[in-house]
Design a protein around this ligand. Structure first.
Ligand SMILES: [Zn+2]
Length: 408
């Protein structure tokens, strides 16, 4: 059954399916299209997961009232490079691909249905924008630091935290500069430590990595951009000293993993156990295999991401350093093109800049967060950093976004 016929019959007379988006799109502004998309998304969730629409504001101090001192609070951010469309996720025919999100995570979360990304839709620059709270304009295919201070720099400078307290686990070598900006008041020495699991694996296998090829693909957007990093000695030191993993154990375990994101989650878990950083950022990338054009691989990526998000949530619940004091943010960097835009090729890319590729979502769960609430109002990708600042107690003074009042 196609998405359009289902959305018509499932959402009924008073709601708008994506077919409605197309029809009204002739006259509607991108803002109106985003609003309609958010509305159908909320209807899908309400029907499937039974979550309610949250309209009331709680005022300040939820975490304080929960009795969690600021020093103990932790934040884990999980982003996906390359989002998925609603017809493969939240819509009735997509829900079988995200059983863990639908049944377990969404009912425990405050879910924002309308997160609009007004920046450049490339994964590195968009993730950098999420991390700075400013729409960055650096070249997506270059190993450049963000120009504005990152959330990691605000966190460490304002709260005087050591480098071991802020970490990024990133999907590809192109993300190696994301932990630290080029801003003159911040920058060198104040950022997050970045760990690149694929770089670790390459170092561990001394370049002879034929067994691990399925884990090592650098990115899915262009085969021509594969920046090489030096410093294999440092990579191996990370493994042995910081993660307390022997090279042999790491290689043995990696052989059992089926995807780059599984490797990232394995490393993130090790990081949580050994160093327990207060601010941990994990970027996943498997869904973006959609660029290769195979729908079944794109769906596999969505299913795997769904499972890995649930795995990370379970780890957070079971690790003593994290359980009960951690707030988790899960969001894609942006969406994908609609089937209807003549400038695109449907799920495969995110080239058109249409409302679907810009209107994504975010779920927040854990410490201090109301459960089973859906928020419809429009927010922006740049609101993430100020919201983390409010939770952890630092001031991201150069970020453009606003802290989410629904969380505080
Ligand atoms: Zn992509």
């Amino acid at each position: 059954m196609t998405y359009h016929s289902l959305s018509r019959s499932e959402t009924g007379r008073n709601s708008v399916g994506l077919s409605g988006l197309k029809l009204s799109g002739l006259a509607a502004s991108p803002r109106e299209l985003a609003r309609q998309l958010s509305f159908t998304r909320r209807e899908f969730l309400r029907r499937a997961a039974g979550v309610t629409l949250g309209g009331t504001l709680l005022g300040s101090g939820m975490l304080a009232r929960a009795g969690i001192p600021q020093k103990k609070r932790k934040v884990v951010v999980i982003t996906f490079g390359g989002g998925a469309r609603d017809q493969e996720t939240f819509a009735p025919e997509g829900q079988e691909n995200i059983p863990n999100l639908m049944r377990e995570l969404i009912p425990q979360s405050t879910f924002f249905t309308q997160v609009v990304n007004r920046g450049i839709l490339g994964h590195y620059v968009a993730t950098a924008s999420l991390a700075t709270g400013v729409y960055e304009t650096i070249n997506n295919f270059s190993a450049l630091p963000p120009e504005h201070p990152t959330v990691f720099e605000y966190f460490r400078k304002d709260l005087k935290r050591p480098s071991s307290d802020a970490w990024v686990v990133a999907p590809s070598n192109g993300f190696n500069r994301i932990g630290e900006s080029s801003h003159r008041s911040y920058g060198p020495g104040l950022g997050a430590r970045v760990i690149l699991p694929k770089h670790l694996l390459t170092a561990a296998t001394s370049g002879g990595a034929a067994d691990y090829e399925h884990l090592l693909r650098d990115n899915y957007e262009t085969p021509f951009y594969t920046p090489e990093l030096g410093g294999n000695e440092f990579a191996l030191q990370q493994l042995e000293m910081l993660l307390k993993l022997s090279v042999d154990d790491f290689k043995k375990h990696a052989r059992t993993l089926s995807s780059p994101d599984e490797l990232s989650v394995y490393i993130a878990r090790q990081l949580m156990r050994q160093l327990a950083p207060s601010l941990l950022w994990i970027t996943m990338h498997d869904i973006d295999i959609a660029h290769a054009g195979a729908y079944s691989l794109y769906i596999d990526g969505i299913r795997r991401t769904d499972r890995l998000c649930a795995d990370l949530w379970k780890t957070i619940q079971s690790e003593p350093e994290y359980a009960g004091n951690t707030t988790v943010f899960i969001l894609p960097d942006f969406g994908r093109d609609s089937d209807d835009d003549s400038g695109g090729n449907g799920f495969q890319h995110h080239r058109t800049g249409d409302a679907l590729s810009r209107t994504t979502w975010m779920m927040v769960l854990g410490a201090g967060v109301r459960e089973g609430v859906v928020i419809d109002r429009a927010l922006e990708s740049t609101d993430l950093v100020p919201s983390i600042g409010s939770l952890l107690g630092f001031s991201p003074s150069l970020a453009q976004g606003r802290s989410l009042v629904e969380l505080l």
